[in-house]
Each structure stands twice: as structure tokens, then as C-alpha cells.
Design a protein around this ligand. Structure first.
Ligand code: NAD
Length: 274
């Protein structure tokens, strides 16, 4: 096997929500592995900062301010990518976010707000990007950033968990529909990934979560995830190394989903439901 199959040389990627956190990590890793990267973030300043970092790595970085919920903006994003770069190989549907949302506090407006971002927001970028990939005739790769909450119950995050679970089956189903165009569709399911936004959120909610130290005891690999952990999985899934992989969502969670209630005591022994 040729080890250079992991490289993304001269491919063009769009990363939604690439202006910070996990998306930023993915955008920078793609650039390091040889891709040009379009940052599609609603925050213009954040997008410009990451695009400049991509350029500094030696690849073309371009920020196109986009709200993934607005189809016109998403179509303009893909049109500009095609006119500036001439091709589109990779789409990462990363924009999204978790908010504390007990079901009885949500109301219809809250429900729609969450679904608009975390589920409906999948439509525009996927539709526009996949049509461009089909037109290009070179196949492509779509990567959906789901969450471990797609795989387990998540009290007080029901709507987020439902959206991410929907994303999982969208990933599988779209993989079948697009296979005839050689477009692979996969996803990643991270557990907690410490990003600036999450750090701030956790500080506000430290009474609930117990913080990184207590959480790390429940994570078999003993620490929170990082944007780089997620980016490594995305580079693999986007690359020719994963040429025969489609329809899967890869857990990037330090073993948390597998542990399913088991945790390690400070003395190294294991306990269930503790
Ligand atoms: N951080 C975690 O612990 C974690 C765990 C599992 C899954 N995820 C998922 O990973 C993805 C990224 O999470 P993060 O923690 O890096 O988030 P973040 O809040 O740090 O960054 C999200 C980025 O997306 C942008 N964004 C938000 N709404 C947008 C919109 N409508 N259109 C375009 N851009 C928009 C923001 O401006 C920001 O730059 C999300 O889908 C999230 O659900 C995160």
C-alpha cells in the first residue's frame, strides 16, 4: 500500500462551522494533508482567521461567510467555491451545537431553533455540494459531525440527541443513494471535545457536569477529546485510505460508548453503573 494515500493533495474541501473548535481543527488538518479549504462559518471574523491559518500552512484558504440554515447563502458558497477553485471533493457538515435544553423548557420555538441548526442545517450544504460533486464527475466525500449523544440517551439534551441520531441514519441512507456517483458519506461521533465554547459553557454549568477531572474517570482513555482527535478521523475518512468505507459513523470518544456504564475506579479496577 502506498502511504501517500492518506494525503489530500490538491483536493478542495468545505468545512461548515470551520471558524473555531472542531471545525477549525479539521480545516487545519486538511490543509496540512494538502487540501485547499473553504471555511463556511456564520462568524466572518472567525472564518477569516482560520482561512489565514490555512494560507500560512501553504494551502489556499478562503472564508465565505455562510449561515448553513439559509439555502441561498449555501448555494452561493458552493458556486463561489466552484468558480474560485474549479472543483469540490470534500464537504464536512460540522456547524451545529449543543445547548442545555430540558424538554419541558423548550417550547415549540426552542425545538425549531435546535432542529433548524442541528438537523435542517444538513440539507443545504449537502444538497448544493453533492450536486457540484456529481457535476465534477470525480466522486467525493461527505463527512457529518454527529455526536456520541446520537447513540445514547442524553437527559436535558433530547432535541440535540434526536437531531444527531437522525444524522446517523441520514449518513447511512445517503451513502447508498450516492454510491453510484462514487460519493462516500460517513460521519464521526465525538464525546466531549474541549473547545473554547465548551470550556465557557462548562464553567457556567460546572455544578452539573462535575468538570473534566471527574468526567475523565468515565472515559476509558482517561481524557477529553481534542479537535485534533476528530480531525485525524476526518482526514482518514476523506482520504483514499477510506476508499472502500461508506455509510459509517466512527466513534471518536476515547472508548466511552463501548464502556456503556463501566468505569475505572482510582485503584484501576472496573465498576458498573457507579
Ligand atoms: N465540542 C464537543 O464536545 C462536541 C461533541 C460532539 C459533537 N460535537 C459537534 O461538533 C460540531 C462542532 O462543535 P464545536 O464544539 O466545535 O462548536 P463551536 O461552538 O466551538 O463552533 C461552532 C462553529 O460553527 C459556527 N456556526 C454556528 N452556527 C452556524 C450556522 N448556522 N452556520 C454556519 N456556521 C455556524 C460558529 O460560528 C462556530 O465557529 C457540532 O456539530 C457539535 O454538535 C461537539
Amino acid at each position: 500500500m502506498d502511504p501517500s494515500k492518506i494525503l489530500l493533495t490538491d483536493q478542495v474541501a468545505i468545512v461548515t462551522g470551520g471558524g473555531q473548535g472542531i471545525g477549525e481543527g479539521i480545516a487545519l488538518a486538511f490543509a496540512r494533508f494538502g487540501a485547499d479549504v473553504v471555511i463556511a462559518d456564520k462568524n466572518a471574523e472567525a472564518g477569516e482567521r482560520v482561512a489565514a491559518a490555512v494560507t500560512e500552512i501553504g494551502r489556499r484558504g478562503l472564508a465565505i461567510t455562510t449561515d448553513i440554515r439559509e439555502f441561498d447563502q449555501v448555494q452561493a458558497l458552493v458556486d463561489q467555491t466552484m468558480s474560485d477553485f474549479g472543483r469540490l471533493d470534500i464537504l464536512v457538515n460540522n456547524a451545529g451545537g449543543v445547548r442545555y435544553s430540558p424538554f419541558l423548557d423548550l417550547g415549540q420555538r426552542g425545538w425549531h431553533k435546535h432542529t433548524a441548526l442541528n438537523f435542517d442545517g444538513l440539507f443545504g450544504p449537502t444538497d448544493a455540494a453533492v450536486r457540484a460533486m456529481i457535476k465534477g464527475g470525480r466522486g467525493g466525500s461527505v463527512i457529518n459531525v454527529a455526536s456520541i449523544e446520537a447513540l445514547r440517551a442524553a437527559p436535558n439534551y433530547s432535541v440535540y440527541a434526536a437531531c444527531k441520531a437522525g444524522m446517523l441514519n441520514f449518513t447511512r441512507t445517503l451513502a447508498l443513494e450516492l454510491s453510484e456517483h462514487s460519493i462516500r458519506v460517513n460521519g464521526i461521533a465525538p464525546d466531549v471535545v474541549m473547545t473554547p465554547h465548551l470550556l465557557e459553557y462548562e464553567q457556567q454549568r460546572s455544578d452539573q457536569s462535575g468538570g473534566a477531572e471527574s468526567r475523565s474517570r468515565g472515559i476509558p482513555l482517561g481524557r477529553d477529546g481534542t479537535p485534533e482527535d476528530c480531525a485525524g478521523a476526518c482526514v482518514f475518512l476523506a482520504s483514499a485510505m477510506a476508499a472502500y468505507i461508506t455509510g459509517i459513523t466512527l466513534s471518536v470518544d476515547g472508548g466511552t460508548f463501548a464502556s456503556s456504564g463501566w468505569s475505572r475506579r482510582p485503584d484501576g479496577t472496573w465498576t458498573l453503573h457507579h
